[in-house]
Design a protein around this ligand. Structure first.
Ligand SMILES: *Cc1c(COP(=O)(O)O)cnc(C)c1O
Length: 230
């Protein structure tokens, strides 16, 4: 029997492909990260059977529990949640990227542990593009000084781009303004620091088509694939 996850993924991939085409981009320009927080390991396995290769988790405890249960093929586990300094060691045991870097103290802690492990850790800087208080991420105006300090002080980190969570509204113009802001910040940092910063991680179940039209290279989709969270 074909699973709900299979059907949902198919629908998401079709809409994603439409959005990619509509914006004159190529399929390989936008990666799908399946966000599996709150869903069981069996669901992750089913998604992987359907071709998913990147998983996003937002809590360290949940990530480590799932990793210890995981017996499926080797996939990419990205950490996308707010991270406290005291969990850095654990997160680097189980995730291969941190997409939610939002402070210099966290960057220093990550770099220290990554250096010990003789690894170079790919990270994304999370920017709060909506100004909503509940959102994590650095303020847009703090992104440049944070990046500058990370480049100076955190040799084990490789900043590959930026991440944001769109505002909580159905208003297309408002959501797209936030995504366009992230792209603009990327372009200006890229110019100022001579870095490629190729990744723009933006777009979730409710807004990924808009995000793709604004230049997203990585959409993070949970409920549209796995169903409503309970
Ligand atoms: C939960 C979460 C997502 C996915 O949200 P959905 O609306 O379920 O697609 C994406 N990014 C982050 C940072 C999340 O915490």
């Amino acid at each position: 029997m074909v699973s709900a996850i299979h059907n949902n993924l198919q629908r998401v991939r079709e809409k994603l492909a439409d959005a990619v085409r509509k914006s004159g981009r190529n399929d390989e320009d936008v990666r799908l990260v399946a966000v599996t927080k709150t869903y069981p390991v069996e669901d992750i396995l089913e998604a992987v059977r359907c071709g998913v290769v990147s998983i996003g988790e937002n809590r360290v405890q949940e990530l480590s529990e799932k990793r210890s249960l995981w017996s499926g093929p080797s996939i990419e586990w990205r950490f996308i949640g707010h991270l406290q300094g005291n969990k850095v060691r654990k997160v680097l045991e189980f995730a291969s990227t941190v997409d939610s870097l939002d402070s210099l103290s966290l960057a220093r802690a990550l770099s220290r542990v990554a250096e010990e492990k003789k690894m170079r850790l790919p990270v994304l800087i999370e920017v709060n593009t909506s100004g909503e208080e509940s959102k994590h991420g650095t303020a847009p105006s703090d992104a440049a000084p944070l990046l500058e300090s990370v480049m100076k002080e955190c040799p084990a980190l490789q900043v590959e781009g930026l991440m944001t969570v769109g505002p909580l509204t159905d208003d297309e113009a408002e959501v797209r303004r936030a995504f366009a802001l992230l792209r603009g910040i990327r372009d200006s940092l890229s110019g100022a620091f001579g870095l490629r910063l190729k990744e723009l991680s933006m777009g979730m179940s409710g807004d990924y088509e808009w995000a793709v039209q604004e230049g997203s290279t990585m959409v993070r989709i949970g409920s549209a694939i796995f169903g409503k969270r309970t």
